[in-house]
Design a protein around this ligand. Structure first.
Ligand SMILES: Nc1ncnc2c1ncn2[C@@H]1O[C@H](COP(=O)(O)OP(=O)(O)OP(=O)(O)O)[C@@H](O)[C@H]1O
Length: 565
């Protein structure tokens, strides 16, 4: 499949009408055409009769399993990527089914509840998987296709795919937006800005509410704003050609770009700090792409998502027969990244035992696969990141000091979005135009709410809010309710999530000595906190774990233990 084959519809297979509708609306908002099937048999029939660019199938349906849909596609050699949608994978749950689906040919899986961002990423991956199949093989050295473990799910990016490697954003846009419209990447940012003119009517009451730092931002109209009468944004949204992933003109972002360029020239380990969604991975990819390693792999590993018992084999690989189930030789992340960059995301979540092994591999520049007597030299540049305070973890003994010094030769700090206030309006306009074309409008109150929100989830949250708002908007006009955000003032400290307010308001349950069991009481408190964190992050478990300062693994375990769906 080429990107143009996304002109073919996507087939959504799910027995629940609500989910089918939601996915259909979302995919259509991405400019994609969609067909649906409410069960396995109809899906097979449709697959026999039509060609699809991608199939998304639920696992459990009344007339069969999503695995049958995957098998049908594979056994008939259909050139259609298929991804499965599973119920929540718990410690004892249905991971096996997801693994089974991957084994028989699905290229990915999603867990319910699905976020819009996940869906978008999945569509991107479908295109990428096919592109890679068509253009492969290019370096690295002979490795097996990195098998995807359910929890680890490393992103193995194709090393020399310049289109994808250079500018993922522009690529998504080219892939997903209406083909004939000039897209944001075809129009220089200044031009977007020039296309936007001041609304004629300026409501004085709204004018007063403008804050000093957005003085450059346009006055606000009370009526819906069409693109040609949208707020005028002065200056351009800075996007340097050599660091296209990092947008913004604020001083902090300029400094980030300067450091990225500088660090790209050297091989020193870089530690990227910053809140969740603030662009740490984008910065890591930018360093890689600007470095002499750009044509070699960039391997991103989410350390918090790998089950502890799989860590060693995932990082270092194994020899066939070294343990039950090791039915073939397999390389680990280090060898996959040979010559390139290994990005250790959420590095604070590495268990201590693994920290020792990692330190050794970094110091020795060599790895030994499980079951292998020989060490193999590896040339890997390490970039690490976490949203946690690594220094505090070193102090508390949860993170090894020696590894900390190894990783943290240079620190790059990503600023939170709320500190880039002068960029905010331009970013909103940019993202809306980029992903949704120029036909989308916004009311003055929605704009006001967006400009005054605190974005604890940073860029990622902004993208999600806009994406959801576009999906919910009536008549292509985003209103304040479509944003579904808590109105949180900009001045709020990062640590003061509304969650704290929520908890204080709720109060602790009464502990009745002699009647209440301590464990039941603590479970109740924990359940309340988890539920609030989930509500706050709109059921994004990764984000919720981050907000609570626990690992994803721990979050999963707790949700499972307390039977929180
Ligand atoms: N400065 C930026 N300019 C443009 N887009 C950005 C910027 N920072 C982040 N983004 C976008 O925000 C989203 C999240 O970015 P990224 O994954 O790099 O964040 P992160 O800090 O690594 O998140 P996490 O801590 O959750 O792993 C991505 O879609 C990315 O494109």
């Amino acid at each position: 499949m080429t990107r143009s084959s996304l002109n073919r519809p996507i087939l959504v297979v799910d027995d629940e009408a609500d989910i089918r509708d939601l996915m259909e609306i979302t995919l259509m908002k991405m400019g994609l055409s969609v067909d649906t099937a409410e069960g396995v048999n109809i899906a097979k029939k449709k697959l026999n009769e039509n060609k699809y660019s991608l199939v998304l199938t639920d696992m459990r349906m009344p007339d069969g399993s999503g695995l049958e849909v995957v098998e049908h596609i594979m056994s008939n050699n259909m050139d259609t990527p298929v991804a499965v949608i599973t119920a929540l994978i718990t410690a004892f749950g249905n991971a096996d089914q997801a693994v089974q689906a991957l084994k028989i040919g699905a290229f990915d899986y999603l867990q319910k509840p699905i976020t819009l961002a996940q869906l978008r990423t999945l569509v991107k991956s479908a295109v990428k998987v096919q592109d890679e199949n068509q253009n492969a093989p290019i370096a690295p050295p002979p490795v097996q296709a990195a098998p995807k473990s359910v929890a680890a799910a490393p992103v193995v990016s194709k090393p020399t795919d310049s289109t994808w490697g250079q500018n993922e954003w522009a690529d998504v846009e080219n892939t997903l937006s209406e083909k004939n419209k000039p897209t944001i990447s075809q129009v220089v940012p200044q031009k977007i800005v020039d296309n936007i003119t001041l609304p004629n009517a300026v409501a004085p009451s709204m004018e007063k509410r403008r804050v000093a730092s957005v003085a450059a931002v346009a006055p606000v109209a009370e009526t819906p704003i069409v693109p040609t009468a949208a707020p005028k944004v002065s200056g351009s949204l800075k996007r340097d050609n050599d660091v296209p992933r990092i947008l913004g003109s604020s001083q902090q972002i300029e400094e980030v770009r300067r450091l990225i360029r500088k660090l790209a020239d050297s091989n020193v380990p870089v530690y990227i700090s910053g809140e969740s969604g603030s662009g740490k991975e984008q910065a890591a990819r930018s360093i890689h792409e600007l470095s002499s390693r750009a044509d070699k792999p960039f391997i991103a590993v989410n350390c918090g998502a790998i089950p502890e018992n799989l860590m060693e084999s995932e990082f270092f690989g194994y020899k066939k027969g070294s343990f039950t189930g090791a039915d073939q030789d397999r390389l680990g992340f280090f060898q996959h990244a040979h010559g390139g960059t290994l990005f250790l995301d959420e590095v604070a979540d590495l268990p201590l035992a693994m920290q020792v092994k990692l330190l050794r591999a970094i110091q020795e520049k060599a790895v030994r696969r499980i079951g292998d007597a020989q060490e193999v030299k590896v040339d890997v540049r390490i970039i690490s990141a976490t949203h946690k305070n690594l220094e505090n973890l070193v102090e508390s003994g949860a993170f090894r000091q020696d590894l900390f010094y190894r990783l943290n030769v240079v620190t790059l700090k990503m600023p939170p979005l709320r500190e880039m206030h002068e960029d905010l309006e331009r970013l909103i306009v940019h993202l809306l135009h980029k992903h949704h074309g120029t036909g989308i409008r916004m009311t003055a109150s929605a704009r006001d709410a967006l400009l005054h929100y605190g974005y604890p989830g940073n860029f990622r949250e902004l993208e999600n809010i806009l994406e959801r708002a576009v999906a919910l908007a009536n008549n292509n006009t985003i209103d304040v309710e479509d944003l579904q955000i808590n109105h949180q003032p900009m001045s709020l400290d990062a640590e003061q999530f509304p969650l704290t307010e929520g908890l204080a308001a709720t109060g602790l349950p009464n502990f009745q000595m002699g009647h209440t069991q301590l464990q039941d009481y603590l479970d109740d408190v924990e359940r309340q906190i988890l539920q609030q964190a989930l509500e706050y992050t709109r059921y994004n478990r990764t984000q919720a774990a981050k907000v609570l300062g626990i690992s994803f693994r721990s979050m999963r375990y707790r949700l499972d233990r307390l039977a929180i769906e």
